[in-house]
Design a protein around this ligand. Structure first.
Ligand code: NAD
Ligand code: UDP
Length: 356
C-alpha cells in the first residue's frame, strides 16, 4: 500500500457491515472520515465507538438526495445500498433510486471537489452467469425484469454512470465488483446465507436451505475485501476497474451449512425451502486482474473467517437486545443535519410507532 498523508474521506453506507469496518480502518490510519448513512440497513451501534474520535463525523443523510459535505473531499467510497436480497427487494424502487441517484450524487460531489470516487459494485452484475468463473470482461446474464433487477440493474447503471463521468468530466473513478463478503457486523436478520445459517445454528433452529443447496458462492472475509478496496482506491489513476474482489474458493450452500453446523456444534437440522426466483446457480470470481493491478489476493480461509463470524454472533445471540432503540440517541459528532429523505422516513416511522 503506498504511504499517503491525511485525507478527507467520505464513506457512504459507513454504518453498514462493510462500511463500518472501513471507517474503523481509515480513522485508525489517521484520515478524517465522514460517514454518510440513512441507517436503513446500517446501525448506529456500528460507528458509535468512533463518535468520540476527533477525526470522525457522522451525517445521517440519504444518498438519493444531493450531498453537501461542506469541506474538502479527497476520497469517496460509495457503499450506500442495501445488499441482502430480502432487504433490497422490500422497497425495489427505493433500491433503484439508491443505486442510480446515489451514484449520481457521489459523482457530482467528486466532480465539484476533485475527489477520487470508488463504487461498491457487485458480482450481481453478472446475474446467473453462463461463464465460469466470471472475468471482468463477461457482460453478464441478468433478468432485467425479475425481483433481483432493482439491485442488479441499479448497480449496472451505476457502473455506466461512473464511466460516463470519467469520459465526460474526467472524474477519477474506481469500480470494485465485490463478491459475497461476510464477517462480524452483518445484521442478525440480514437474510444472507452466512448470517442466517450461523444465527440459526447458534439457536438450534432449522437451517433454511433454499433449493437443494447445490448452488455455489465464493465467500470473502471482510478484512480481505477491505485490503482490496483500499488498494484499488490508492492505485494509479489509469486503474479504474471494474475489478473483481472476492475469494475464488467456491463452495455449495449445503457445504456452508455443514461447515457452520460443525463449527458451532449445533443440533439444528436442515430444512429445505423453495429456491428464490433468479437465484444464481454458481458464482466464482476470476481475480487475476486484482492480483496483477493491485497485488491483491485474499488470505483468510473460510474456516477461520467463519470462526470469527460465529464468535461475533454468539455474543449477540447471548446478549438480549436493549429495550429502547439506542440508535436514535443524538450522535456526538454530526457533520450535517438529516436531509429531506431521512426526515420523511423518520416522520413515517413515528407515524407508525410513535415518536422515537
Ligand atoms: P449493508 O446493508 O450492511 O450496508 C449498506 C449501508 O448503506 C447501510 O448502512 C445502510 O443504512 C446504508 N444505506 C442504504 N441505503 C442508503 C441511502 N439511500 N442513503 C444512505 N445510506 C444508505 O451492506 P454491506 O454488505 O455492508 O454492503 C455495502 C456495499 O457493498 C453495498 O453497496 C453493496 O451493494 C456492496 N456489496 C456488498 C456485498 C456483500 O457481500 N456484503 C457484495 C457485493 C456488493
Ligand atoms: N440461501 C439459503 N438459505 C438462506 C439464505 C440464502 O440457502 O437462509 C442461499 C441463497 O438462495 C443463495 C445463497 O444462499 O443461493 C447466497 O445467498 P445470499 O442472499 O447470501 O447472497 P446472494 O444470493 O445475493 O449471492
Amino acid at each position: 500500500m503506498p504511504v499517503i498523508g491525511k485525507l478527507n474521506i467520505v464513506v457512504t453506507g459507513g454504518a453498514g457491515f462493510i462500511g463500518s469496518h472501513l471507517c474503523d480502518r481509515l480513522v485508525q490510519k489517521g484520515h478524517m472520515v465522514t460517514c454518510v448513512d440513512n441507517l436503513h440497513t446500517g446501525r448506529f451501534d456500528n460507528v458509535r465507538p468512533l463518535l468520540n474520535h476527533r477525526n470522525f463525523s457522522f451525517a445521517e443523510a440519504d444518498v438519493r438526495e444531493p450531498l453537501d459535505i461542506g469541506g474538502p473531499v479527497d476520497r469517496i467510497y460509495n457503499l450506500a445500498c442495501p445488499a441482502s436480497p430480502p432487504h433490497y427487494q422490500t422497497d425495489p424502487i427505493g433500491t433503484v433510486k439508491t443505486c442510480v441517484l446515489g451514484a449520481l450524487h457521489v459523482l457530482e460531489l467528486a466532480r465539484s471537489t476533485g475527489a477520487r470516487v470508488l463504487q461498491a459494485s457487485t458480482s450481481e452484475v453478472y446475474g446467473d452467469p453462463e461463464i465460469h468463473p466470471q472475468p471482468e470482461s463477461y457482460r453478464g446474464s441478468v433478468n432485467p425484469i425479475g425481483p433481483r433487477a432493482c439491485y442488479d440493474e441499479g448497480k449496472r447503471c451505476a457502473e455506466a454512470l461512473f464511466f460516463d463521468y470519467r469520459r465526460m468530466h474526467g472524474v477519477a473513478v474506481k469500480v470494485a465488483r465485490i463478491f459475497n463478503t461476510y464477517g462480524p457486523r452483518m445484521l442478525e436478520n440480514d437474510g444472507r446465507v452466512i448470517s442466517n445459517f450461523v444465527v440459526q445454528a447458534l439457536r438450534n433452529k432449522p437451517i433454511t436451505l433454499y433449493g437443494d443447496g447445490s448452488q455455489t458462492r465464493s465467500f470473502c472475509y471482510v478484512e480481505d475485501l477491505l485490503n482490496g478496496l483500499e488498494l484499488l482506491m490508492e492505485s494509479d489513476d489509469q486503474v479504474t476497474g471494474p475489478i473483481n474482489l472476492g475469494n475464488p474458493r467456491e463452495v455449495t450452500v449445503k457445504e456452508i451449512a455443514h461447515m457452520v453446523l460443525a463449527q458451532t456444534g449445533s443440533r439444528s437440522r436442515l430444512a429445505y425451502h423453495p429456491l428464490p426466483q433468479d437465484d444464481p446457480r454458481r458464482r466464482k470470481p476470476e481475480i487475476g486482474a486484482a492480483a496483477q493491478a493491485l497485488g491483491w489476493q485474499p488470505s483468510i480461509p473460510l474456516e477461520q473467517g467463519l470462526r470469527s463470524t460465529i464468535d461475533y454472533f454468539a455474543l449477540k445471540v447471548a446478549t438480549p437486545a436493549p429495550a429502547a432503540a439506542p440508535r436514535r440517541e443524538a450522535p456526538t459528532a454530526v457533520a450535517a443535519g438529516p436531509n429531506r429523505a431521512v426526515r420523511k422516513r423518520r416522520a413515517a416511522l413515528s407515524a407508525v410507532s410513535g415518536p422515537a
